[in-house]
Write a protein that binds this ligand. Structure first.
Ligand code: MG
Ligand code: MG
Length: 256
């Protein structure tokens, strides 16, 4: 069942989404070679709770962390732990908050120290694919238009789109209808209309798109062990247009 959110609800969803953006900015300040991913998780959990919210991922389906932290060939759902980030790593950080009963959900792939130019380009294009998808999230379009835009953009560079995991509606629950695949056919799927709020989250692979699940029951990795990227925004369809509720501004001001 798809929920159509009122303006008031969209403001509450924006508050939760902006808190995720601020949390990711806080985490980003601490990303450097030598920091353990569990330390980043602790920073995020404290920041979220200090801001009167609850980490949405903690305990979700039994997930132990407040963040999903996925390094290099890990695509998503990495468990924070004792791994120390190294120079040249890329690290995807996915964060969720529940603020006043509404969920925010956003993700960003960071670089650690010096990363090769081809990986920087891969991250830039993966992030661009998110915005290509968002451009299609307008009233009258269909879910398939979003996936088509993402897929056609990244595949021209030889990158892959993960199929098994998709974006989703976001509201009072972390995962609501509709599902939002990052691949698809133009003009297919649910019609987008006023008040729909979705998390668009391309998971892009540098090599082939095939994935495996680690024995920890959570971490999703690329089968060919090549790097993967993950960028996610919450987007409301409002006045017919795509309105981004989350923000990367706190992340991107760090690297200025
Ligand atoms: Mg997420
Ligand atoms: Mg999500």
């Amino acid at each position: 069942m798809i929920h159509y959110r009122t303006d008031k609800e969209i403001e509450l969803l924006r508050n939760a989404a902006l808190l995720v953006g601020k949390t990711l900015g806080e985490v980003g300040k601490h990303i450097r070679p030598g920091i353990r991913t569990i330390e980043l998780d602790k920073i995020a959990e404290e920041f979220i709770r200090d801001n009167g919210a609850i980490p949405a991922f903690k305990g979700y389906g039994g997930f132990p962390g407040s963040l999903c932290i996925s390094v290099n060939d890990a695509v998503v759902h990495g468990i924070p732990g004792n791994y120390e980030l190294r120079d040249g790593d890329i690290v995807s950080v996915d964060c969720g908050t529940i603020l006043q009963g509404y969920v925010g959900d956003s993700a960003y792939t960071f670089t650690v120290g010096e990363v090769s130019d081809e990986i920087k380009l891969f991250l830039q294009r993966s992030k661009e694919s998110l915005y290509k998808g968002i451009e299609q999230a307008v009233a009258g379009n269909r879910i398939g238009d979003i996936g088509f835009a993402i897929q056609s953009y990244v595949e021209q560079f030889g990158y892959g789109v993960v199929r098994e995991l998709v974006g989703h509606g976001v509201g009072r629950k972390l995962h609501e209808d509709p599902q939002v695949p990052n691949y698809g056919k133009r003009g297919s799927g649910t019609k987008l209309s006023e008040g729909i709020v979705i998390a668009i989250e391309p998971m892009i692979t540098f090599g082939k798109r095939d994935i495996i699940q680690e024995r920890d029951g959570w971490t999703i990795k690329t089968k060919d062990r090549m790097p993967a990227a993950h960028f996610e925004h919450d987007v409301a369809i409002r006045d017919g247009k795509a309105e981004i509720l989350s923000s990367f501004e706190w992340i991107e001001e760090i690297n200025k």
